[in-house]
Structures are given as structure tokens and as C-alpha cells.
Design a protein around this ligand. Structure first.
Ligand code: NAD
Length: 299
């Protein structure tokens, strides 16, 4: 009787832990070569008191400390004006002891600013201090292929970089493969599609206004789902040979779940679990960006 082989679990914890160890060694060896050199420093700007943001930030601060990265947590109240938030970014831009900063999104403001203002805030971060890689200047370098997962020259959005690090670890090359990215956000979908494209994949991007995209996912070799819709990707929408990267994170009473239905994960050749997949790598790749920015600022 035909027995189906169990899917390979793409374990983000192992990959993240290996990357964190490498970064720790890199920081230590750079500082050993030049003992007068200041430790790398990451600043995190938080607006308001969103509990999910708090949890993400505390994990970032913990991993930074593990690597030997100093941190500065700038907490602004939810009633802060746009000008006060802009001033916090400007101050960190001018502080030479800070090598990279992030603005924790979404901002928890009592009066929500328009998305265009948030984008201009991200663009006001100096490109060489933009640890999240979300400023237009850095996204531009990614889009023209100047900075890629195999040739880092400028910060790359951490979750997208995490997807590539996960594939690399498991020797899954997008080259010559049909890849589908579900979602086209500035944070995840769009930069992931660009990285897959730069790595030689043939990439389709679908989003909430796309007509039925099942025919694309059904013939794909690699599917990255980053739609923010719980259990969106159903088993009948993929083949058994597909590698599935699930970026989605949804909090339930029973724990965390992703954008792929559990039966979809059971059907495919390999998948990244939620939790324990890409989420682990997002923080590690933020630190990769920071360490690279620090190394370059020395020069
Ligand atoms: P977003 O809301 O900014 O973007 C979602 C994208 O999905 C949009 O482009 C939208 O058009 C598309 N989409 C929505 N419904 C769709 C549908 N039915 N079919 C096809 N496309 C659809 O979200 P985001 O910031 O990109 O995050 C996506 C998911 O990833 C969320 O669940 C988020 O929590 C998670 N996330 C995880 C990490 C991590 O570290 N694992 C990091 C960032 C975001």
C-alpha cells in the first residue's frame, strides 16, 4: 500500500539559533580586532502601549543582548504628536553611538496618523541606520537587485530575509522554481517576492484583489503565504510537492496559528510551522541587519 512520506518541518528555531550564534561571534571578533570600538547599538522607538508590540520588543531586546548588541528603548506615549515622534527619530539619527533603529509598527496612537505620514517617518530614518530596511532608499536597493540575501549591501526587511535564510538552510533554492507569494505588503509580501526573484525564481504575487489564484499555487514549487488571514490556504490549493512558507501569525485561545490550514501543512513536501517557523527568524534577521550596519559605519 502507498504510504505518504511525512512533510519536512522547516524549523525556524534551529536556523535562528545558528544565525544568532554566528552574529555573536562576528561582533566579538570585530571588537577583538579593534578593542577601542564601541559595541553595536540598536534603538527601538515604541509609541503607545500595545501588548503585542511590547512582547515583540522584549524579544528583540533579549536577542540583541545575547549577541552583544546594546539597546535603547525609546517609549513615547500614545498621545505623542507626530512632531514628537519625528524628533525622536531625528535625535537617534544624530546620535553616533546608535548604529540602527526601528520604529515598532503598528504605532499605537490615540489619534491615528495616515499611512503616508508613517511612510515618511520611515523614510526620515537615515538609510545607514534603517535596521528594518523599510525606508524607500533601502527598498529601492532591494528592488534593483543591489542588496540581496546572498549579497547584502543595505538593510533588507527582516521577515523577507528570514524567509530566504530558512530556505537557504534547507538547501531549497528558488532558482528555476515557480514561486507564489500571497500578499504584497511593504513589510513582507513585496520584499519577499523581490528576494525570490533575485535568487532566480519565477515569481507570481497575488493579493486581496486578485481573481482566484488557486491555479498558480497548485502548480507552484514554493508558496509563501503572508496574507494575514487565518487558515486561508486550503489543501486543494497546493500540490504534494510544494514547499510552503507560512508567515501569518494569529493568536487563538489554543495558541498561535498561521495563514495555512493545518491540513495543507500535512499535505505538502515541506512547511514552516507557526509557531516555530519564520517568526523566529524575523528577530534574528533584524539583528543581522544591525550587525551589518554597525560594521559598515566603522568604515
Ligand atoms: P498586511 O495586512 O499589510 O498585508 C496582507 C497582504 O495580504 C495584502 O497585500 C493583501 O492584499 C493580501 N491578502 C489579504 N487577503 C488575501 C486573500 N484572501 N488572498 C490573497 N491575498 C490576500 O499584512 P503583513 O504585514 O504583510 O502581514 C501578513 C501576515 O504575516 C500577518 O498575519 C502578520 O501577523 C504576519 N507577520 C508575521 C511576521 C513574522 O515574523 N512571522 C512578521 C510580519 C508579519
Amino acid at each position: 500500500m502507498f504510504e505518504r512520506i511525512m512533510p519536512t518541518v522547516l524549523d525556524g528555531k534551529i536556523v535562528a539559533s545558528q544565525l544568532i550564534t554566528k552574529l555573536k561571534e562576528r561582533v566579538a571578533s570585530e571588537r577583538a580586532m579593534d578593542p577601542s570600538r564601541a559595541a553595536p547599538q540598536l534603538a527601538v522607538i515604541q509609541v503607545g502601549d500595545n501588548p503585542a508590540s511590547k512582547a515583540y520588543i522584549s524579544r528583540k531586546l533579549k536577542v540583541a543582548a545575547e549577541i552583544g548588541i546594546l539597546t535603547q528603548h525609546v517609549q513615547l506615549s500614545s498621545t505623542s504628536s507626530e512632531r514628537e515622534i519625528e524628533e525622536a527619530v531625528a535625535r537617534l539619527n544624530d546620535d553616533s553611538s546608535v548604529h540602527g533603529m526601528i520604529v515598532q509598527l503598528p504605532l499605537d496612537q490615540s489619534v491615528k496618523s495616515p499611512e503616508s505620514w508613517v511612510n515618511s517617518l520611515l523614510d526620515s530614518i537615515h538609510a545607514h541606520k534603517d535596521a528594518d530596511g523599510l525606508a524607500t532608499a533601502n527598498l529601492g536597493k532591494l528592488f534593483v537587485g543591489e542588496s540581496t540575501s546572498s549579497r547584502w549591501t543595505a538593510a533588507i526587511p527582516a521577515t523577507a530575509l528570514g524567509v530566504m535564510r530558512l530556505l537557504q538552510y534547507y538547501n531549497i533554492s528558488p532558482r528555476t522554481k515557480n514561486c507564489v507569494v500571497i500578499g504584497k505588503s511593504r513589510l513582507v509580501g513585496n520584499p519577499t517576492a523581490q528576494l525570490l526573484l533575485q535568487a532566480g525564481g519565477t515569481v507570481s504575487v497575488v493579493h486581496s484583489q486578485s481573481p482566484d489564484w488557486s491555479f498558480l499555487t497548485q502548480r507552484a514549487d514554493i508558496v509563501v503565504v503572508a496574507a494575514g488571514v487565518k487558515h486561508l490556504l486550503k489543501p486543494e490549493q497546493v500540490s504534494e510537492k510544494v514547499v510552503l512558507i507560512d508567515v501569518g501569525i494569529h493568536k487563538d485561545v489554543g495558541g498561535l496559528s498561521g495563514d495555512a490550514h493545518p491540513e495543507t501543512c500535512a499535505k505538502v513536501a515541506a512547511y514552516s510551522p507557526v509557531p516555530g517557523g519564520v517568526g523566529q527568524l524575523t528577530v534574528a534577521c533584524l539583528m543581522e541587519n544591525l550587525v551589518e550596519l554597525w560594521k559598515r559605519q566603522k568604515k
